[in-house]
Design a protein around this ligand. Structure first.
Ligand SMILES: *Cc1c(COP(=O)(O)O)cnc(C)c1O
Length: 495
């Protein structure tokens, strides 16, 4: 290779500074009335502040550049492949954004009377019906703002229902492959958690459920497809075993991306289910919210759903609060309305066939990656997967390279790492979920990077063990980075 010309050598520009370290007194992007300005007298005194210590004074363009630069140091589905298992980082189509910005949706006042909200209420009502259709359940509440809040709400419904039956019960059964939110929500709802082990094929045995079921178990919380990316084949028999002892079946449907138009949880004996609109139904996520985790139930749990409920009376949509058995409100107003508009738009724009195709493509993409990597990485469970595939670091371990090292090295290749060390039952897990929205070319370039890393692990393990090499900072002390963040970037410190 010839000597690199300055053209392709990385040229370091001035170190990005904190906004607080930039600017100059008197600079501004907008001219406020000065202290002597009569317009200022119109502002109530209580709202006026004198000086804000250390407030950066900067022009609009510099502020824009500062935040644009910061945003580019982030990782997004719109910049790169983001195969974060269990998170379904699919593309969020721009038509969702367009519709959510319609003034008739975006500018609604949440306290407006139902008379002025007919269009919005119709959308919510129709979204409930679409989710009923996809899930095979009977009623939906759109209120919960996240998967975890959907779980808590669902468990509250179960508790209210069983209490009304005079048999409140104390325990929830959760398999060892469950997402951490399942035992957490159960505990928060006041239940004791009984963990059951999945079998050598990565799924739950009916016998294990039968053994754990007794008259004190309120519900089994099961994820299907489970977090190993496998379909719980025995789900119907498992549901029967739970029902036989008077328990209910809760399905964690955060990952519905494998099932749309293919299989319905409502047909699997499920009583309560939550869905993550911010995963399966393409609303944006990754920054900690806002999300939406609607809860769906069978008829016997309907009366306990949160209020307000949306009902259709003739051609009108009404909000009703007068539901004596309801668990009450779990969220202000109607949930994250803008997110619900996006999910509705997604479902309507794809249609039933489109949703089914999305699920089938998600399965195909995951299985494509599984087959292409299975010779270089140990596969956790050797059978066709659903929407995600799981590998381990067993082969690379011989060279002293771990899952964490592989994940860090992927950053040098420009990819977001997959989910790692989860589920806990797989030692050194790498959980890859490509989703349906990636082209074969993108999948191939990710596969090439993974194969290159497998080669490097064998031939140059130190290169992998010290990665990443191309990011602004390399390995962080993650505990310290979270507890004592140093926000200032020092070029000398990162080399
Ligand atoms: C993401 C996820 C959850 C939690 O959803 P949040 O919206 O992050 O609260 C629960 N269960 C499973 C299986 C998940 O993948």
């Amino acid at each position: 290779m010839s000597e690199p010309s300055p053209g392709n050598r990385k040229v370091r520009t001035a170190a990005p500074r904190l906004i607080f370290e930039s600017g100059s007194p008197g600079r501004s992007g907008f001219c406020w009335p000065s202290a002597e300005d009569p317009a200022r007298d119109a502002i109530p005194k209580a709202l006026l502040r004198d000086e804000i210590a250390g407030f950066p004074e900067q022009g609009e363009l510099e502020v824009l550049r500062h935040f644009t630069r910061l945003s580019q140091r982030n990782f997004a589905i719109e910049s790169q492949f983001y195969p974060l298992g269990s998170c379904t980082m699919k593309y969020n189509p721009k038509i969702n954004e367009l519709v959510a910005r319609f003034p008739g949706f975006a500018e609604i006042h949440p306290l407006a009377p139902a008379d002025l909200l007919q269009g919005a209420l119709e959308l919510l009502y129709e979204l409930e019906r679409l989710l009923v259709e996809v899930s095979g359940m009977e009623h939906v509440s759109l209120q919960p703002s996240a998967g975890a809040q959907g779980e808590l709400t669902g468990l509250m419904l179960i508790r209210a229902y069983l209490t009304e039956q005079g048999d409140p019960r104390k325990k929830i059964i959760v398999p060892d492959t469950a997402h951490g939110t399942n035992p957490a929500s159960s505990t928060l709802c006041g239940y004791d958690v009984i963990q059951i082990a999945s079998n050598a094929q990565g799924v739950i045995d009916v016998a294990a459920v039968e053994k754990a079921m007794d008259s004190d178990v309120a519900a089994l919380m099961v994820t299907n497809p489970n977090t190993l990316g496998l379909f719980e084949k025995n789900i119907e028999m498992i549901s029967e075993a739970v029902h036989a002892k008077g328990g209910l079946v809760y399905l964690d449907g955060a990952n519905l991306n494998a099932l749309m138009g293919v299989a319905k949880p409502g047909h699997m004996g499920v009583d309560v289910l939550h869905m993550n609109l911010h995963k399966t139904f393409s609303t944006p996520h990754g920054g900690g919210g806002p999300g939406a985790g609607p809860v769906a139930v069978k008829e016997r749990l309907r009366d306990y759903l949160p209020v307000p409920r949306i009902v259709k009376q003739g051609q009108r949509f009404e909000l009703i609060e007068d539901c004596p058995k309801s668990v009450g409100r779990v969220r202000s107003f109607f949930g994250n309305f803008g997110i619900l508009v996006r999910a509705y738009t997604y479902m309507i724009s794809l249609g039933g066939d489109g949703l089914e195709e999305a699920s089938r493509m998600a399965l195909l993409n995951a299985n494509y990656i599984r087959r292409k990597l299975e010779k270089s990485y140990q596969i956790a469970y050797d059978e066709p997967c659903m929407h995600e595939c799981i590998f381990t670091d067993r082969i690379q371990h011989k060279f002293g390279v771990s899952t964490l090292d592989i994940a860090k090295r992927l950053l040098d290749y420009g990819f977001h790492p997959p989910t790692i060390y989860f589920p806990l039952v797989v030692s050194g897990a790498l959980m890859i979920e490509p989703t349906e929205t990636e082209t074969p070319e993108t999948l191939d370039s990710f596969i090439d990077a993974m194969l290159a890393i497998a080669r490097e692990a064998k031939e140059e393990p130190d290169l992998v063990k010290t990665a990443p090499h191309s990011t602004p900072v390399s390995r962080l002390d993650e505990a310290r980075a979270a507890r004592k963040p140093i926000l200032r970037w020092e070029p000398s410190a990162s080399g």
